[in-house]
Design a protein around this ligand. Sequence first.
Ligand code: PLP
Length: 427
Amino acid sequence: MNNSELLFERAQLFIPGGVNSPVRAFRSVGGTPLFFKSAKGSILTDVDDKNYIDYIGSWGPMILGHCHDPIVETLKKATENTTSFGAPTELEADIAELICEMVPAVEKVRMTNSGTEACMSAIRVARGYTNKEKFIKFEGNYHGHADAFLIKAGSGAITLGVPNSPGVTKGTAQDTLLAPYNDLSAVKKIIEDNPNQIAAIILEPVAGNMGCIPPKKGFLEGLRSLCNEHDIVLIFDEVMTGFRLSKGGASEYYGVTPDMVTLGKIIGGGLPVGAFGGKKEIMDMVAPVGPVYQAGTLSGNPIAMGCGYTLLKELNENPSIYSQLEENTAYFEKELRRVFDNKNLRYTINRVGSMISFHFDIDEVNNFDDACNANADLFKTLFHGVLKRGVYFAPSAFESLFLSTTHTKELLDSTIVAIEETLEEIL
Ligand SMILES: *Cc1c(COP(=O)(O)O)cnc(C)c1O
């Protein structure tokens, strides 16, 4: 047994499934998950000293690569002051001001410790603001693991085949209304069927938790008008897309301004951070200004804020980061198409900026049903083939791949070779 296998056996004795978040366990692709010990740029090193090109980037935060020097420096300095005050700091004002400058939809922002907390708080605030109780979410979109969202959820929830989790009460579930992604008429119908009852529509403006699925032309704009018409709070869950598609996220990328935005992943540079923000008048519903309670012992933690601030500042000051990511990911897409075409595969590649995913044996992937109809077995085989050759894709067909600025053409080319060799072997 190698070291990962030994560690996995031990971890399973004391941690459910041996992991602290389900997708990591490799359940949907089979085999033993790798245990890692270090990383630099886009290269991961596992506990058996084998290197891998990383296409997860901690699910997004490593947009400038692992152990990015300015972040390492910030962390070293920050830890000398203390790890937590539980009282206000200058850094919290700094990062809040920077977020408001970068994200057009955000006039005020509250920090949380995860994307889950950000989304559950945003829904609470929208309910408090509108005095209405129900909200609409889309099948296959993931908004973290709060009860109200675990109804046909994406990410690990689909991977494990439990999109509707036991433990979520019927009472909670009945206030979550579901629509297929990219289906505006379904949303209209739900609104008509529930007059004056819908507080919010929450969505991933580019879905990233059922593979990458872009919004169809007019979808975001259509939701915006419906929300205006019916006094519904439009929430873009930009935990994945925020600071990734552009410095202002998907709302800036597509030019559609929601009422609220939730953030996570990149915002903490790899430390546990989330945030929700939006229009002043909505955010002033939040305690202590307003009556909607929301809090956190470690929220705004100085180490996490320092790390996030350093990363966001660099993204804000260097727009070329986004053009470089676009160019390299477009190149990767072109090469993937070349290889898949050579092998006469039927496939769909969806890409927005540096988010990219492929689905086999299907011509279009616009929603959750399409994603489920793709050939997941071929993905699994490909996953293990490239893993053996030193390429670490997300261990599930329902996840997007993320590129960073450290994915050079050379690394992308080696990845393409690994894919070509694998297909050669299995087809
Ligand atoms: C990852 C993710 C979340 C949950 O964030 P956590 O930090 O894992 O709680 C919520 N929404 C989206 C779109 C995500 O990708």
